[in-house]
Design a protein around this ligand. Sequence first.
Ligand SMILES: Cc1cc2nc3c(=O)[nH]c(=O)nc-3n(C[C@H](O)[C@H](O)[C@H](O)COP(=O)(O)OP(=O)(O)OC[C@H]3O[C@@H](n4cnc5c(N)ncnc54)[C@H](O)[C@@H]3O)c2cc1C
Length: 293
Amino acid sequence: MGIFSTVTEAFPRMRGEKDFSFARHTTIGCGGTAAAAFSPSDERQLVALLRFLKEQGIAHCFLGAGANVLPAEGRFDGAVIRFDGFSRLRCEGEFLIAGAGVTGGRLLRFAREHGLGGAEFLTGIPLSMGGAAVMNAGVRGAHIGDLVAEVRGISDGAVSVFSHRDCMFGEKKSVFQSGIAVTEIRLKLERMSEKESLARAADFRSKRAHLPKGRSMGCVFVNPQGKPAGALIEACGLKGTRMGGARISDVHANFILNDGGTSEDVAALLALVKRRVYEATGILLEEEIKRIP
Ligand SMILES: Cc1cc2nc3c(=O)[nH]c(=O)nc-3n(C[C@H](O)[C@H](O)[C@H](O)COP(=O)(O)OP(=O)(O)OC[C@H]3O[C@@H](n4cnc5c(N)ncnc54)[C@H](O)[C@@H]3O)c2cc1C
């Protein structure tokens, strides 16, 4: 019996999809397929699913909005776990509690409707709140981790609550990158008028207007201590370099654009950039993007 049938037989109410296409569910738009994807609807179902997959020896990976991942080509004989079932949003005073599957746009609208603001720097960044916590998403000077009071997640088969300190947020980093499933985040916002929040959002949006258009994963490398990775790549003369259907943006050298290429094209370009920047500067660039599965 295949993975899809094995899981849906054990969890008849679980939403799932057979032969899941990574290309269709990621912003870079390439990659192969997974045997199945599942969308648990609550923490109990997710805990039970993770336990079941472990017992059955079925591999899994997590996927949010797919905006910072490079999926492998070929067939993943495992299960993709999605978080669209975790879609609740609620307010408790100045705290906003969001399920892992809530998108940034929805969160900002909800906050505004409740007279809250402070997260406008997320404007225009494609993300789910789970993926945002995992990656500590943000812009220079403002990251989601700064607002996080608590995160709920599944660690070692049980629900845990992570305090701000437990989350260990850093530059594009958090403790959740160790395989913990994020289910909900609790943000401390501030009282703000709708007008003020909209003005801040417009300001952040205008600062993003120059970013490259097309299929990408956003910035692919973490900025090494005090130096923008894009400037290092540009200084090596790599802007516009192409490998198959993947190319380094002419606009921002830390963006790789995919014009109908494969994950292998993108991976080859990443390797070339790392090698050339290392040869020229002695700096080994660290990938910001996550490779899945
Ligand atoms: C055009 C463009 C512009 C961008 N601009 C920015 C920017 O300005 N600032 C910035 O910080 N980022 C930016 N990004 C990158 C991306 O938007 C962020 O990293 C975002 O946080 C990714 O969220 P996601 O839901 O898409 O996560 P995914 O890409 O789906 O996943 C990222 C990682 O988190 C894991 N994951 C996802 N959800 C969960 C979960 N619930 N529990 C456990 N693990 C999970 C995945 O397995 C993967 O390892 C940009 C991307 C694009 C395409």
